[in-house]
Every structure is written in C-alpha cells, then in structure tokens.
Design a protein around this ligand. Structure first.
Ligand SMILES: Cc1cc2nc3c(=O)[nH]c(=O)nc-3n(C[C@H](O)[C@H](O)[C@H](O)COP(=O)(O)O)c2cc1C
Length: 224
C-alpha cells in the first residue's frame, strides 16, 4: 500500500443471535459460514464484527408502547430508558454494512428474542414513515443474510409445516427499507444425526456457492 493511501474501512457486520442454544446452535454455526464467506469477500479490507445476543433483550414494555403512541409528549425518565434501548439498537443497525441474523424457527415463525428486536427497531417516525401510500422505510438499504435452523423441513417436498418466518421477516425488514434479504437454511435438525449431517452439508454448500458466485461475478465486472 502506498503510504499516502488511507487503509480501507473494514466491512462492518452486525450479527443478531436469536437461538437460546449457545455454541450448540445450528443457526449460529451456519452464520459462522456466512461470516467466513464475508471475510473472504472483504479481502484486505477485513471485517469488524458486532454480535448481539438477542436473548438478553427484554421485550418492549408499557412505557415504550406509550411513548410510540404519543410521539409529541416529552419522554419521562421511565420512557427514556426503554426508548434509549431502542435508539441503541437502531444506531447499531444503521452503522452496519451487512446484517447477519442467526435464528431458529419457533412455532413456524421467528423466536421471541428476534421478535423483541424487531419491535425495538421497527419504529414509526424513526425507521419508517407512515404515509398515505403506506409505510415507507427510512434506512439505507444493505444486504441481510439470514441463517435459519429448523427441526423439521420448510423447503422442498418434505416440508409438512407452514413457514411464516421467511415471508414475515422479509416483509418486516422491507418496512424499514431493507430489501436485499437472502436466506440459508439447515433443515431437519431434529431428524437424527445422519439427517443433521446432510442438512449441514446442504446449508454450508449453499453458502459457499452463493458467495463464490458473487465473488466471481464481481471479479468479472472489475475485469470487464
Ligand atoms: C419453542 C420451540 C418451537 C419450535 N418450533 C419449530 C417449528 O415450528 N418448526 C420446526 O421445524 N422446528 C421447530 N423447533 C425446532 C428448532 O427450530 C430446531 O431445534 C432448531 O435447530 C433450533 O435452532 P438452533 O439450533 O439454532 O437453536 C422449535 C423449537 C423450540 C424450542
């Protein structure tokens, strides 16, 4: 590097961890593959990772709900506490270049810690505007990669259950302006050791193929 050149800013990644299962979590392991691929893609730029364990995030409370419903009122000390937690979540989201979400499916949808995060960041007048044409997101669009683990199946012929997780998460992220959402899955974690190994291989290969093809496409763009 020429000494007069500034070092490239690292790729800032915010990862949300929604599983209660710690290091045994399949969605966390899948998200590690995504982080690895993003690190390769970032090259000499490097990455700067911020992890949030959503299991430590309390759900929104009455004071928060009141503050959102009465935006013109000056916040009381109580409201400031819950609003500042929401502010902090929004600041962290705004500060990232890429959002990674590691999440299990719970009862066909997102688990409650992820729902709590959604309730903190999808905030009228802050991350979306309510207009005569509907809700309009105010965040700068950026890629979102979601690592989903499911006990049963949600894709292909073996799927025997509804999947509200992916359509719901895409819709709610679109509300705040995030339109580039891509899902990776490890499915059938409850179907025994062999099924899990197969599911991991399919999920991890999918991550590899997706990012490899993206890196190839970028290289061709640069060369052309
Ligand atoms: C409360 C609860 C609800 C669940 N609901 C579903 C479900 O609706 N569909 C499904 O396929 N698996 C369901 N599972 C299984 C988890 O999705 C599965 O264990 C997954 O691997 C958990 O992700 P993790 O390993 O990242 O924690 C549920 C598990 C729990 C604890």
């Amino acid at each position: 590097m020429n000494p007069s050149q500034k070092p490239l800013a690292p790729l800032r990644i915010l990862r949300l961890i929604a599983s209660p299962n710690g290091n045994a979590s399949e969605s966390l392991k899948l998200s590690e593959r995504i982080l690895h691929a993003l690190t390769v893609r970032a090259g000499i730029r490097g990455i700067e990772l911020t992890d949030i364990d959503l299991n430590t995030l309390s759900p929104v409370d009455a004071t928060y709900a009141h503050a959102l419903a009465h935006p013109s009122e000056i916040a009381t000390e109580d409201q400031k506490g819950t609003l500042s937690r929401s502010d902090q979540m929004i600041i962290l989201l705004n500060a990232c270049d890429v959002l990674v979400i590691a999440t299990p499916m719970h009862n066909y949808s997102v688990p409650s810690p992820l729902k709590a995060w959604i309730d903190h960041v999808v905030r009228v007048g802050k991350t979306f505007l309510s207009t005569s044409k509907g809700k309009v997101g105010t965040l700068l669009d950026r890629p979102v990669y979601v690592a989903v683990a499911t006990g049963g199946y949600i894709s292909g012929e073996r799927a025997r259950q509804p999947d509200f997780l992916r359509p719901y998460l895409s819709a709610v992220l679109k509300t705040i302006g995030l339109n580039q959402v891509h899902y990776f899955t490890v499915e059938g974690t409850a179907k025994g050791t062999d099924a899990l190994k197969t599911a991991q291989k399919i999920g991890y290969d999918d991550v590899h193929t997706f990012f490899h093809e993206e890196i190839e496409a970028r290289t061709h763009e640069t060369v052309a």
